[in-house]
Design a protein around this ligand. Structure first.
Ligand SMILES: Nc1ncnc2c1ncn2[C@@H]1O[C@H](COP(=O)(O)OP(=O)(O)OP(=O)(O)O)[C@@H](O)[C@H]1O
Length: 260
């Protein structure tokens, strides 16, 4: 296995706040799930946005590299980054469901994305879309395709957004708290399906979460961040069972079912 993504000494500043991310260093192997865990303000969303070249206005990369299959995304020009991003890397946010176009039916948005990114006929795309909706535990996928976003609950819209992202079969899926807004049972189902889908398509997933419990259920490797600093990095087993850093131990102690 070789890394699909390498973060080397990455440091990111905002104008009023230097070092929102400081010297981050980790590698994501092709086909694995890597979780970045940290509390609010640790810099994990900023780190993910940087990989996609979408740091909020004012923010800037002060140093380091973001290597995607060996090419430094920091150095590529706009056009080169656009090509990688559009086809190879997709991102879902905690509130991706809110970004669906309110004036168009789910089906038409879903199929348009598939047409843009994937080979195949409309009929094939439709079949795959329905299957993915069902896998994400959305009852009656046919009706979902016929619905406008306002006819669905927030949790349903979020699962639709995740279904769309997964259907595009990106090589690398960046996921920022993708299940945090869902209720706990649904969250577990969705996590399970994400694990299946990544296996089926050989997808690599980089997930950002405040919940070390979610990370322990999904991830092959875990990075723990606090105040922009990487506190711990290792395999799931190392981090969950033999945490070296006090802060990791503190996060673990807050998840009762992991203590045992
Ligand atoms: N556009 C911005 N300008 C200035 N500071 C920002 C900006 N966005 C975020 N920050 C600050 O950078 C720090 C890290 O934010 P970031 O969103 O990356 O953290 P996070 O760990 O993802 O937290 P959360 O879970 O709350 O999003 C925070 O202290 C935040 O206030």
């Amino acid at each position: 296995m070789k890394p699909i993504l390498e973060i080397q000494d990455l440091t990111i500043d905002y104008p009023e706040r230097a070092g929102v991310v400081r010297n981050a260093n980790f590698a994501v192997q092709s086909g694995e799930i890597m979780a970045v865990v940290g509390e609010s303000g640790s810099g994990k969303s900023t780190l993910l946005s940087a990989i996609l070249g979408l740091i909020p206005a004012g923010g800037a990369i002060r140093g380091g590299k973001i290597l995607y299959n060996g090419s430094d995304l920091v150095k590529l020009n706009r056009e080169e980054v656009r090509l990688i991003r559009g086809r190879k890397i997709a991102m879902v946010f905690q509130n991706s469901g809110e970004y669906l176009n309110p004036r168009r039916k789910i089906g038409s948005q879903y199929l348009e994305m598939m047409k843009y990114h994937l080979p195949g006929t409309k009929r094939e795309h439709r079949g795959r879309a329905l299957e993915m909706l069902e896998r994400l535990h959305l009852a009656n996928p046919d009706r979902i395709m016929q619905s406008y976003p306002f006819e669905l609950s927030g949790g349903m819209k979020q699962r639709v957004a995740l279904a769309i992202a997964l259907s595009l079969e990106p090589k690398l899926l960046l996921a920022d708290e993708p299940t945090s807004a869902l209720d706990v049972t649904v969250q577990a189902q969705v996590v399970r399906e994400m694990l299946q889908v990544r296996k089926q398509f050989g997808m690599t997933i980089l997930i950002v979460t405040h919940n070390i419990g979610v990370a322990s259920r999904m991830a092959d490797h875990i990075v723990v961040m606090k105040n922009g600093e990487q506190r711990e990095y290792g395999t799931r087993q190392q981090v969950i069972e033999h945490p070296q850093n006090e802060y990791t131990r503190y996060l673990l102690s807050a998840v009762p079912e992991l203590e045992a």
